[in-house]
Design a protein around this ligand. Sequence first.
Ligand code: PMV
Length: 316
Amino acid sequence: MATAIAHPNIALIKYWGKRDRVLNLPSTSSISLTLDTFETKTSVQLGSGQDLLVVNGRALMGKEAERVFNHLDLVVPGRQKAQVVSESNFPMAAGLASSSSAFAALTVAAIAEAGLEKTPEEMSILARQGSGSACRSLWGGWVEWHRGMEEDGTDSHGKHLAPRDHWDVRMVVAVVAGGKKKISSREGMLRTMQTSPMYAAWVNSYERDMRQARQAILEQDLEALGVAMERSTLKMHSTMMTSEPPIRYWRGASVALMDAIENLRAKGIGAWWTMDAGPNVKVLCEAEDAERVAAALGAFVQQVSVLAPGGPPRLV
Ligand code: PMV
């Protein structure tokens, strides 16, 4: 049996929409920060009598299991039946990037259990096919996922931008709702691509956000990064909200949290928010400001976590 631990990553410049739905090839490039503390621990044992998936202590069947075992078929071609046991210490499917750590941990554990040798780039390409964002969790710290141009996806994988200790920032995560989202990112992306008049603008405008974020990270310019991150977030959510029928992950509390962060900024505290496919708000700030940011968010929600940059997946 092999066991791997992987951390989720939060996109600073977002991935939303695919140029290939089978291979999970994105229409746009993206940049992320891998987080510590939140993690998924996954064990894979090949050679069990039948395929069995246990997530957070519950045996899962149906679509979720099918997705996991299809991914194992891809990672370990011609594999034996497998037992997969996975635990995450944070809410799943709530826009907290749980699929990124889940598919990164599954990929790394399966490769180790099968005794295969793969580079991080090769593992990233495999993880991407389980869940796009997972291809960025193969590295710690600051990661770029280049959309790639090849039809087979061989140039569409994560790549290290800067190590975890490059910059002492924090991601302050405010949980508005921890429950499972109604519309998966997979379904949401497809609807957006098919129906939003804003989708073309989204695809045509991401390169500036990438350039600005990349440079801001290398120069440790929080304001430039924060501005690019909020812009990318708002553009992504604009494509969702203008889909038919519309997709709105924001709740009232999400907007109250944005207001709170903008009030902090007016007082001179450098803090910028982002949101993904869920109502939760994540705020990027310098480490020294994290407690003040957490206190401001804590006035609106019960659960606030302060997370530092995290490392790459590891075998345990
Ligand atoms: O690859 P998925 O299905 O986890 O989709 C990720 C989509 C967003 O979290 C909204 C954006 C991103 O780049 O992570």
